[in-house]
Design a protein around this ligand. Structure first.
Ligand code: GRF
Length: 195
C-alpha cells in the first residue's frame, strides 16, 4: 500500500545552518505536503544553526560528541519523535554504524563537491573549495547521497555541476555552491520522499 504520510525530518548540523534554514522554510511552504522538519540537533555550541532555529521556532538540541559515539540515547530520542529521515546539513561528526543500522537508507548527506572527488575525512567547507581551486578544476558541484559507514561514500542520489570561472575564488565558489545546494536539496528530498 502507498504510504503518503508526511515524512518527519531531523536535521543534524554543526555550522552556519543555511541549508537547515532553507529546508525548514521549504517544509513550511503551504504546498509542501511531503516532509516537515521536526527538530535540529547540533554538536557545536557556537553553531549558527542554533540562532536559525531560535528565529524560526524549531526545537534545536545541543548534544555532546559522546552522544554520537555511543548513540543509544540518540537513537531512542529520534525513534520516540517518530523521525523518518535524518538529514545531515553540514554535520561534521561521523555517523556510527549503530545509527545507520537503525535508520537504513534513511540518512542523507549533502556534500559540496562532485564525489568521489574531494570527499572523505577532513574534506569539508572551504577545504573542499580550496582544493578544487588549487587543482585548477574546470567544474565542481554538489552531491546528495545516502550515508554509509565511511565518510562521503554512500550511494549517490543526485549530483549537480557548476562551471568554474577563470577568476574563481574560494569565496565566489562557496557562494555558487550554496546557491546550488539551496535550489537542489529541497527538490531532491521531495522526490526521494515521494518515492
Ligand atoms: C554545505 O556546503 C554542505 O554541503 C556541507 O556543509 C556546508 C554546510 O553549510 N556538508 P550550511 O551550514 O548549511 O550553511
Amino acid at each position: 500500500m502507498m504510504e503518503n504520510r508526511i515524512k518527519k525530518i531531523a536535521i543534524l548540523a554543526s555550522g552556519a545552518g543555511s541549508n537547515a534554514k532553507n529546508l525548514i522554510l521549504d517544509s513550511r511552504n503551504d504546498f509542501n505536503t511531503v516532509y516537515k522538519v521536526e527538530l535540529v540537533i547540533t554538536n557545536n555550541k557556537n553553531a549558527g544553526v542554533i540562532n536559525v532555529c531560535h528565529h524560526l521556532g524549531i526545537p534545536c538540541f545541543l548534544w555532546k560528541k559522546e552522544s554520537f559515539v555511543n548513540p543509544e540515547f540518540l537513537i531512542n530520542f529520534l525513534k520516540n519523535n517518530n523521525i523518518d529521515y535524518i538529514i545531515l546539513a553540514g554535520f561534521l561528526l561521523k555517523i556510527s554504524n549503530k545509527i545507520i543500522e537503525n535508520f537504513p537508507n534513511k540518512i542523507i548527506n549533502i556534500h559540496p563537491s562532485l564525489l568521489p572527488k574531494y570527499g572523505g575525512s577532513g574534506m569539508y567547507g572551504n577545504k573542499v573549495h580550496e582544493a578544487v581551486i588549487n587543482n585548477k578544476e574546470k567544474e565542481s558541484g554538489i552531491s546528495i547521497h545516502f550515508v554509509n559507514e565511511n565518510y562521503d561514500e554512500g550511494e549517490i542520489i543526485c549530483q549537480k555541476k557548476i562551471e568554474l570561472s577563470q577568476e574563481e575564488t574560494i569565496d565566489s565558489l562557496l557562494k555558487k555552491i550554496h546557491a546550488l545546494e539551496h535550489s537542489e536539496f529541497p527538490h531532491t528530498l521531495r522526490q526521494l520522499f515521494i518515492g
